[in-house]
Design a protein around this ligand. Structure first.
Ligand SMILES: [Zn+2]
Length: 368
């Protein structure tokens, strides 16, 4: 029994005690499973999850992009994902969304705004270009002033931006450290997008809270550096693994297609290493990653060797810590937000039960 009041969990009882008399009771019966709402550590609400997602987010007018973000958020919430960390909007539209739309229509949004990137670099079209110490400090301050929770930096190039190469480093180690120091000074968390081996090593050294992708690209394939992985395990850095693909879809980005088998093997090794892994789908970025893709990320983690209990912990408690909402999200505990998911069968027996949704609650309101 989970007792909810004013959007917050007041009590949790496993003994079969009766509900207080003043409470309205919804009984889901003995066979259904109650979980904290799920958390996606890496989404792009402004991106529409079509093959033309880049062109749309780069060129559509503000109102159209905001409408895309609203639809993306609604789809995500209906899938039982009650918190997302948006790691790349345009023009701070994910913040506009969470201000303008009631919280019962969208997940809680942990927002980065536009990622900080090199001039003409990965996702430059989102509006976050900054180079040099002064501009980087100003960029971090701007995110604080806009109301962001986290600073996202493109430490390497990326796969979806024409002209950007994921093997290139966009910032050196001192730039990355400067960004992390400035963010911490201002009370913001930090996330680094990193594909290239050296960019990952530098981002880990700089002290980012989460490393996105963690894919160890080399010109010929991928090369998981054990010493970097060891450092991540020792330091408790969160690895936001880019998992999940819509059924029937396969990777289309050439850099990923060429490396896909090796990347899958790498993810299995990272899981086995004991690193603090959380699922980050990159939902919205491509047509294989439509909003709503999240359950397939959890199924993939299980297929790659993660025990189901660990998958569920990664998707809730661990992800909440990674995105800076520990204690408020991802737990069924007095004082936590009443974001709840009810499933028709056991996700411990088979994690694909996360697609068998009976109810979703957001801030104590039933939204499905
Ligand atoms: Zn992304």
């Amino acid at each position: 029994m989970v007792l909810v009041e004013d959007g917050v969990i007041r009590d949790v009882d496993f003994t079969g005690a009766a509900a207080p008399e003043y409470a309205t009771v919804t009984d889901f019966g003995p066979d259904e499973w109650l979980l904290p709402g799920l958390i996606d550590a890496h989404v792009h609400l402004c991106w529409d999850g079509t093959k033309d997602a880049v062109a749309h987010v780069a060129s559509d007018d503000r109102e159209t992009v905001l409408e895309t973000a609203r639809a993306s958020a609604a789809t995500t919430l209906q899938g039982g994902v009650t918190t997302v960390r948006d790691l790349g909007d345009r023009d701070y539209l994910s913040l506009a969304l969470r201000e303008q739309v009631p919280s019962t229509e969208i997940p809680e949004i942990v927002a980065a705004g536009p990622p900080i990137t090199a001039r003409g670099g990965h996702c430059h079209f989102l509006g976050g270009e900054a180079e040099g110490a002064d501009a980087l400090r100003a960029a971090v301050r701007e995110r604080l002033e806009q109301g962001c929770d986290v600073v996202k930096v493109m430490a390497s190039g990326g796969n979806v931006t024409p002209g950007s190469n994921s093997l290139d480093q966009q910032y050196d180690r001192s730039d990355l450290r400067l960004i992390v120091d400035e963010a911490y000074r201002l009370g913001l968390r930090t996330a680094a997008h990193a594909h290239a081996v050296q960019a990952i090593a530098d981002a880990v050294d700089a002290g980012f809270d989460t490393i996105e992708h963690f894919s160890f690209f080399t010109p010929d394939g991928v090369d998981l550096r054990q010493e970097v992985l060891d450092k991540v395990v020792r330091g408790g850095t969160f690895v936001s693994l880019t998992v999940g693909m819509m059924p029937g879809k396969a990777p289309t980005l050439p850099a990923v297609v060429a490396r896909f088998a090796a990347m899958t093997e790498l993810v299995a090794k990272v899981i086995a290493s004991g690193a603090r892994v959380v699922p980050g789908t990159d939902a919205g970025a491509t047509s294989g990653k439509r909003h709503g893709v999240y359950p397939y990320a959890l199924i993939q983690l299980a297929e790659l060797g993660m025990p189901t209990r660990d998958v569920l912990r990664a998707a809730t408690t661990e992800a909440a810590e990674a995105v800076g909402r520990g204690g408020h999200k991802g737990v069924l505990r007095p004082g936590a937000d009443a974001d709840l998911l009810v499933l028709g069968s056991s996700p411990v027996d088979d994690v694909s039960a996360v697609t068998d949704i009976r109810a979703v609650y957001r801030a104590g309101h039933r939204v499905r």
